[in-house]
Design a protein around this ligand. Structure first.
Ligand code: GTP
Ligand code: MG
Length: 138
């Protein structure tokens, strides 16, 4: 059984979509084994997205991610990392498949409603960034 890290971004919490997005994840067979709502600081966002620090959109991304509350979650399931990426849909909602979270809810490439880890190493790092092991109940 695999774990991944998921985040419901400020554009989605603002529109009160936490439940609807979580329902997509649960319907795909992913189990929410940890969850909390956090309004991250700019410094948190910069540390969380450090791998993107050289990208031209880094400033825009970190300002957006610290602009309002997010819901950070640990998801568990068979092939949770790949399954979550599938349910999320393409990064750019214009390219996302029908039925995916981003197709349904995302506003733009930047305000794309959700984040999900892309590999086992990033999942481990991102989970540890927000949660202690005792915060997770599988
Ligand atoms: P994540 O699950 O959030 O990591 O998405 P991803 O893996 O599909 O995309 P990637 O890691 O390449 O980029 C991380 C995030 O940066 C994306 O989810 C977007 O919200 C944001 N992003 C990517 N490209 C752009 C861009 O050109 N402009 C802006 N403003 N944001 C971008
Ligand atoms: Mg990514």
């Amino acid at each position: 059984i695999e774990r991944t890290f998921s985040m419901i971004k400020p554009d989605a919490t603002k529109r009160n979509l936490t439940g609807k997005i979580t329902a997509h994840l649960e319907e795909a067979g992913l189990r929410v084994v940890a969850s909390k709502r956090v309004h991250m600081s700019l410094r948190d966002a910069q540390a969380f997205y450090a791998e993107h620090s050289e990208r031209p959109f880094f400033g825009e991304l970190t300002e957006f991610m610290s602009s309002g509350p997010t819901v950070v979650q640990v998801l568990e399931g068979e092939n949770a990392i790949a399954k979550n990426r599938e349910v999320m849909g393409a990064t750019n909602p214009a390219e996302a498949d029908a039925g995916t979270i981003r197709k349904e809810y995302a506003l733009s490439l930047g305000e794309n409603s959700v984040h999900g880890s892309d590999a086992p190493e990033t999942a481990a790092r991102e989970i540890a960034f927000w949660f202690a092991e005792r915060d997770i109940a599988g």
